[in-house]
Ligand binder design. Structure first.
Ligand SMILES: [Zn+2]
Length: 264
């Protein structure tokens, strides 16, 4: 009844599903000759949605535990998870199209393992596909149940998706957001921000990207105070942020907090 034809395959350095980081890795999609004409014009898109097929997935369960987040978590319905296990194991990844070279699409990141079939490609449209204020349980589970390093990687991904550049300042924003969520015992999505008027704009983008605080939702304000203040209805914490320009993002993510900011 349904005839699904793969249009290409994934070339990735990751060959086992268990080794694939949640954030995915850089990869290449090799589009088959008979579909090459369909790529015409694609180089004008900076980002694409890649729809793949998890060909090794178990298609029977409707309830699974999000193990990569934490084996302690309760089972959830597959339609509320991004797990490969589902009746029709389609994957959906919004990714950056770095380069088109004939049949080869260089993308970053992609969470499909080497050899996975790709069944469709569509342009990613920021105006249509980005709903900035959306809340999702998946992202909340990650920030509450994963180890610090994983949470930082996730916050960094979200800050980058908002800001568009993997700079040191957005790595600092991930570190501050993580620290504040711990100190205030709240979700990063619920914090309020008060930024100095002369705030580093990259840091500001990072903090807005991870928290979704905006002027319109009244969770983002500015003041003459040189510190970044983060608060909830009952508690608050302030950060004096040190200058890390000249450092790179991955190094910042590994640095200890007291090298990045002082806190009170
Ligand atoms: Zn930047």
């Amino acid at each position: 009844m349904y005839d699904l034809k793969p249009i290409g395959t994934v070339q990735s350095t990751v060959t086992q599903s268990r080794d694939m980081p949640l954030q995915g890795v850089p990869a290449v999609i090799n589009v088959f000759d008979e579909f090459l004409e369909g790529l015409t014009g694609i180089e004008s898109d900076t980002h694409i949605n890649v729809i793949g097929w998890f060909d090794k997935a178990d298609r029977t369960p409707l309830m699974v535990r999000p193990r990569k987040i934490s084996p302690q978590l309760e089972k959830r319905g597959v339609f509320s998870l991004r797990s490969p296990a589902r009746p029709n194991p389609l994957s959906l990844t919004a990714t950056r199209l770095l380069k088109v070279d004939g049949p080869l699409l260089y993308v970053e990141p992609l969470d499909l393992i080497d050899g996975s079939p790709v069944v469709d490609i569509k342009p990613y449209s920021a105006g249509w596909d980005t709903i900035f204020w959306a809340r999702d349980v998946h992202s909340a589970l990650i920030t509450q149940h994963m180890a610090e390093e994983q949470v930082l990687a996730e916050l960094f991904r979200e800050a980058f998706n908002f800001h568009g550049e993997k700079c040191a300042a957005i790595a600092v924003s991930a570190k501050i957001a993580y620290d504040a969520a711990q100190a205030l015992e709240t979700s990063v999505r619920d914090i309020r921000l008060r930024l100095p008027r002369n705030v580093n704009p990259h840091l500001a983008d990072g903090l807005v990207g991870v928290s979704r605080a905006t002027m319109g939702n009244a969770r983002l304000t500015f003041s003459e105070d040189p510190d970044v203040r983060i608060w909830t209805a009952t508690r608050s914490v302030s950060y004096r942020v040190f200058d890390v320009s000249g450092s790179d993002a991955q190094r910042v993510l590994r640095m200890s907090s007291d090298q990045l900011f002082s806190k009170r």
